[in-house]
Design a binder for this molecule. Sequence first.
Ligand code: NAP
Length: 305
Amino acid sequence: MSVIYDRVALIGLGLIASSMFWAMKRAGLAGEVTGYARSEETRAVAREIGLCDRICGSAAEAVEGADLVVLCVPVGVMGAVAEEIASALKPGATVSDVGSVKKAVIEAVGPHLPDGVHFVPAHPMAGTEHSGPRSGFAELFDNKYTLIVPVEGSDREAVDRLEQLWQAMGARTDEMDADHHDLVCAVTSHTPHLIAYTMVGVADDLRRVTDSEVIKYSAAGFRDFTRIAASDPTMWRDVFLTNKDATLEVLGRFTEELFALQRAIRTGDGDLLHAYFTRTRSIRRGIIDAGQDTDAPDFGRVKKR
Ligand code: NAP
C-alpha cells in the first residue's frame, strides 16, 4: 500500500495510538509519525520500543507540519489538548480523534480548531482491557468497525482520506452522526461495561464466596466480566460522564427488563425465561455470522501484549 499522509501526529500514546502506529507501519501508510504523551515515563517507553518515528517534548511540537493529527487521549481531556495544539496546526491539516464518545468530544474540540483545519472525528470499535504504550498491536483494528462521525461542514475529501486510512489499517468503516453513535455505543459497549463492573463488584462484596473460589471457578460467564471490568478506570469514568444521556436511557430499559426477569424467576415463569433466552441466543448467532466474533471456546481472543 502507499503513503496516505506524509506526516501523522499521535497525541496520547496508549493502546489505541500504539495500535494505530503499528498498523500504519505494517502497511506503510505514513511518511513520518510523531508522538507525544504527557508523562516523561510514557515518552521514554515509546522511544525504547520504537513507537513513533519521533517522540516530541510537547503536543504543539508534535503537530507542527502534520497533515493528520489524531487525539488519542481520554475523552475528558480532548478539549484541553485541542486548545494546546490549536495555534501550531498546519493550515489544511485534518484533526481527528478516537474517543469512545462523540457528541461531547465534538463540543469540546471543535471550538478550538482554527479555520482551514478539517475536523473529522472517528471511533475505532476495537479494544482490549490493556492500556499504555506497550499494549498496542497492528492487528487490533482488523475487520473491526471504525465509525467516522463527520461534523457539520466537514470537507468531503478530508473525510474520504481518513476513511481510506482506517480501511488501510484493516478496519471496516461506516459513517454516522454523533447522537446516533453515542446511542449505539451505549447499547453495544458502554452499558455492558457498566454491568461487568457492577457484577465484579457484587462478587467482591459477597464474602461468602471467597476470592479463591471466584478465581478458581470463573471459567463460566464471570471470567469475561472480569476481563471487561479490568478496563482502564480513567477512560471509563470519562465515558460515563460524557455519554450520560444515552447511557441512562439504556440503563433505564435494562433495569426494567432485569426486574421482569427477576419476577419470572420468583413466579416460576419458565416460558418467559425460555422465550427470552431463545431470542437473545439468535442475537449471538447474528454477531458470529457478521464476522464480529468466533465460536471458539476462548472466544478467538489471542493474548497479545
Ligand atoms: P490509554 O492506553 O490509557 O492511553 C491514554 C494516553 O493518553 C496515555 O499515553 C496518556 O499519557 C495520554 N494522556 C492522558 N492525558 C493526556 C494529556 N492531557 N495530554 C497528553 N496526553 C495525555 O488509552 P486508550 O485505551 O488508548 O484510549 C485512548 C482514547 O481511545 C480514549 O478516548 C478512549 O475513549 C478511546 N478508545 C479506547 C478504546 C479501548 O478499548 N481502550 C477503544 C476505542 C476507543 P500518560 O501515559 O503519560 O499518562
